[in-house]
Design a protein around this ligand. Structure first.
Ligand SMILES: [Zn+2]
Length: 152
């Protein structure tokens, strides 16, 4: 029996029986347990979704790339991040959907070789959560930029 699992979306190599969504839920649980960790929530969610692009529509994925680059390169407070996200997500202001469907969703062709995955964030434990999420978000921006998905 195969003792490891490779995530079809982000390429993370995980122990058999584990999937990335468990890491996502772990991160959300930590943010709930210690609300100070919520200062990186606005980085964590798009980071996870960008690495699992079928969660987004094609337009939503492009929007998320710009959003994360914007957030990762500025030291925004959670309130400011929420305000900006709300402005940009307000559904009355846009005529496209953020979420992917089985028929229409984001993807990368060729696949992107990410340098860091959700499992790397959780592996370091709750004590390093904030630093790890910031490093993860930055690594995603660097990788996207190198692959031509963000403007230089
Ligand atoms: Zn994954």
């Amino acid at each position: 029996m195969e003792d490891r699992y490779i995530c079809p979306e982000c390429g993370a190599v995980l122990p058999a029986g584990k999937t990335c969504i468990e890491d996502f839920h772990q991160m959300l649980a930590w943010e709930t347990e210690d609300q100070r960790l919520g200062v990186v929530h606005h980085l964590m969610v798009p980071s996870y979704y960008i690495q699992h692009p079928s969660l987004y529509s094609p337009e939503g994925l492009r929007w998320a790339h710009r959003l994360l680059a914007n957030f990762a390169e500025q030291d925004l407070s959670p309130e400011e991040a929420r305000r900006r996200q709300r402005d940009q997500v307000d559904s009355s202001q846009r005529d496209w959907k953020i979420k992917g469907t089985p028929e229409s969703h984001g993807s990368y062709d060729p696949p992107i070789a990410w340098t860091m995955h959700a499992s790397d964030v959780t592996a370091r434990g709750m004590a390093h959560y904030i630093t790890q999420v910031r490093t993860w978000a930055k690594s995603i921006c660097d990788t996207l930029r190198a692959a031509g998905y963000l403007d230089a």
